[in-house]
Design a protein around this ligand. Structure first.
Ligand code: BYC
Length: 470
């Protein structure tokens, strides 16, 4: 296991100091990153001491380091999972050949595009969440938000390292562009759809970390299979960080459900208006937020039928998550039946891999739903939360722009437009959720719309002052 060298300007476990040119190039990018963090990262919390975890080595124990840090002083660095001796390509036409330590010329631009797309999402999410600190429901949540933010900043470092180390001048230019595009910017938006959606309330934040970070999990897992070994090693370590983000989402939504059930019990009603009057998020409203963020995140898998997906897989650039669980790793000749708006189509499996991933992602999303529904059932309510159909509100792929209900039924455009406000948050719903968003920063206190977490961070009590605001 390799430990992280914190004595250097850029903490790393890649022996950065042995490559002076690369080290200088990254040290040149570092102040630009810090400037970006200052301008586009969490507003107004630069002086706060935040109880953050920092990686000190890339093995499981390496996470044990927690301490109070001012975010601009966070030690963002470059950490790759340890190499696997004699690693071989695990899928595609070059299966069984040695993994690549350098980028093969013919795949240079495609690999760069994949790395840039992955890298672009990381600062995008920090930008999307920059104002949330002002309306945090508790210090515990504020700390979790900042933990997520600094780790997304580190994920950007992970991709920028690859661009600088393996893609020469093009890579350095792309690294600059990663700081020049901004979430929601009219002229230079972020690359992928969901990363231009505003996240202006905490319900959206929990849904984003539940659904969109889970897309991150799936994409990182598929890139962790890559024949390009440095990308694989980077993604393997990033996955350990990603797990906490999804935890924040799942427990965040679970705590909203818990609080709503308490208010339903207190008032003896499930009437949304009465619950809202008592400052709780009624379950149908939560369902609308789930519909919104789930459908948006489903677009992040790309089109159902994709020649990009086919060539990426065949070339060994991007596999399926947990590739070893499958029997056929080449997929030449394999076919899949896909439901399209034109009816069922049989397509080469290689071209349908985005859909294969989307389906396993949806199954993974079900886990939290089951847990929340168990809470609801135990409280004696007949309401059940559900995931929208993979065809609902799609902007990418064969179902893009079609009037489909959350149950997956194609309806008239008129009916769809009329009913959309029943399925995703309306202006009034968003205004109500925003009205709940009031900053609560007394240690251990929670906003009235969310239950406290079951436990604090790193065995500390929930009442611990996770962020010292000064
Ligand atoms: N929005 O054949 P297609 C995360 C583009 S999240 C805009 O349909 P393909 C995180 C596509 O780029 C994980 N454009 O799909 C979470 C392509 O454009 P080019 C991020 C889209 O290429 C929370 C064209 O449409 N990582 O880490 O098979 C917080 C045709 O593409 C969209 C990755 O995504 C869209 N939704 O797959 C922080 C991994 N969908 O190239 C972080 C890297 C498609 O022809 N990216 N397009 O100009 C990829 O693997 C693939 O680019 C995609 C698309 C899965 C995104």
């Amino acid at each position: 296991m390799s430990s992280v060298n914190y004595a250097e300007k850029i903490p790393n476990n890649v022996n950065l100091s042995t490559d002076r040119t690369l080290q200088r190039a990254l040290e040149h990018w570092q102040p630009r990153f810090l400037q970006w963090w200052h301008e586009m990262g969490p507003t107004d919390f630069e002086k706060a001491d935040v109880y953050l975890r920092t990686a000190i080595s890339v093995d499981a124990q390496g996470w044990a380091h927690y301490g109070a840090v001012k975010m601009p002083d966070y030690r963002w660095g470059i950490f790759l999972a340890d190499p696997v001796a004699d690693r071989r390509i695990g899928f595609g036409d070059a299966m069984g050949e040695p993994a690549w330590q350098q980028v093969p010329g013919e795949y240079r631009s495609v690999l760069r595009r994949l790395i840039v797309t992955q890298g672009d999402t990381e600062p995008a999410s920090v930008e999307q969440q920059r104002l949330l600190g002002h309306t945090c429901p508790s210090l515990y949540d504020l700390r979790n938000l900042f933990q997520v933010n600094v780790e997304e900043g580190r994920h950007l470092w992970a991709m920028v390292y690859l661009l600088h180390a393996y893609f020469g001048r093009d890579g350095r230019e792309e690294a600059e562009e990663l700081l020049a595009r901004h979430s929601g910017d009219a002229d230079k938006p972020r690359i992928l759809t969901t990363f231009n959606e505003p996240i202006s309330d905490w319900l959206s934040f929990y849904c984003f970390t539940y659904f969109t970070d889970r897309d991150g999990k799936y994409q990182l897992k598929s890139l962790a299979e890559s024949a390009f070994d440095p990308l694989s090693r980077t993604c393997r370590f990033m996955l350990t960080e990603e797990a906490h983000h999804m935890f924040v989402g799942e427990t965040g939504i679970g705590r909203v459900v818990k609080r709503t059930l308490e208010v339903m019990k207190e008032l003896g009603t499930d009437d949304p208006q009465r619950l809202r009057a008592h400052g709780a998020v009624d379950l149908p409203l939560l369902q609308k937020y789930l519909n919104f963020w789930c459908s948006s995140s489903l677009d992040l898998f790309g089109s159902e039928i994709s020649s990009n997906a086919a060539s990426n897989f065949a070339a060994g650039l991007k596999g399926r998550p947990d590739e070893s669980q499958y029997e056929d790793h080449v997929l030449r000749g394999a076919m899949l039946k896909l439901a399209t708006p034109e009816g069922e189509q049989e397509v080469p499996m290689l071209n349908a891999l985005n859909e294969v991933m989307r389906e396993s992602y949806l199954k993974d999303c079900e886990i939290g739903l089951k847990r929340w529904n168990r809470q609801i059932e135990r409280a004696g309510s007949g309401f059940r939360l559900s995931l929208p159909s993979g065809r609902f509100r799609r902007s990418i792929g064969s179902w893009a722009g079609l009037p489909v209900t959350p149950q997956g039924e194609l309806v008239s455009r008129e009916a769809y437009e009329q009913r959309l406000a029943e399925w995703v948050p309306s202006e009034a719903d968003r205004a109500f959720v925003h009205s709940l968003m009031k900053k609560v920063v007394a240690p251990g206190k929670m906003a009235a719309w969310i239950a406290p977490p079951e436990r604090g961070i790193n065995n500390l009590p929930v009442e611990y002052e996770y962020v010292k605001l000064h």
